[in-house]
Design a protein around this ligand. Sequence first.
Ligand code: AP5
Length: 221
Amino acid sequence: MVGEREFRVVLLGLPGAGKGTQGKLLQQTLGIPTISTGDMLREAMNSGSELGRMARSYMQKGELVPDSVIVRMVEETIGSERCAKGFILDGFPRTYEQAKALDGVLEAWGKTLTKVLYFNLPEEEAVRRISGRMACKSCQRMYHNLFNPPPTSGRCECGAELGIREDDKEETVRKRVVVYRSQTLPLLEYYGQKEILCAIDASPTIENVQKEALKALCANA
Ligand code: AP5
């Protein structure tokens, strides 16, 4: 939270545009949780649960996990006490059905989204960023071998080992981009019509993108 203001924010953008990186930074600054559906699904995969096994079969192919599963998962999370003062959604909604479901849940609670931040990055740059990405196996913090290297080779600043995501193979990334264009990109129009969409140039450094994101969120605060 900044002051007493509540934020209910959605982060949109291509795979590799920096949603996860910015979401984790916004969480620290705003003091509200970032809910990453991708991280939740990867945790389920690591735990070997039934949800994780089901999710892996879609994620390995670069496809979306079915809406019904994702909507239930997000509804439970944002309805919990830790999200009472707001939340940042990273990777959700990704389809029109998910966006409608989110609106329905918020409406039932008498709430609305504060803002949708769209991280705009050319496709080739997004793919280049993903190709050097490493993620902490414990806290999920993201690094990049060139743009954002870890303090010690192969180790997160929390000390845990870094790994490469199963769905970061180039062929799977290209598929994720195709899926994004057909299923998620139409949400720009959806949120544009609601006048809560704010486009941010995601090409500058992580720090400068963060400044722009905060400026956009705190405008009219
Ligand atoms: P998810 O985990 O959400 O992946 P994604 O949307 O494809 O996005 P990424 O995590 O790849 O990229 P990002 O934008 O977070 O970029 P990052 O900050 O890491 O989803 C994975 C899969 O889960 C989906 O394909 C689907 O199967 C399933 N799923 C998830 N949600 C779903 C849903 N709602 N419905 C259905 N299925 C769902 O940055 C990338 C790299 O760039 C990093 O190395 C970072 O250090 C670096 N970097 C970041 N910013 C900068 C910068 N400004 N300059 C230089 N480098 C930078």
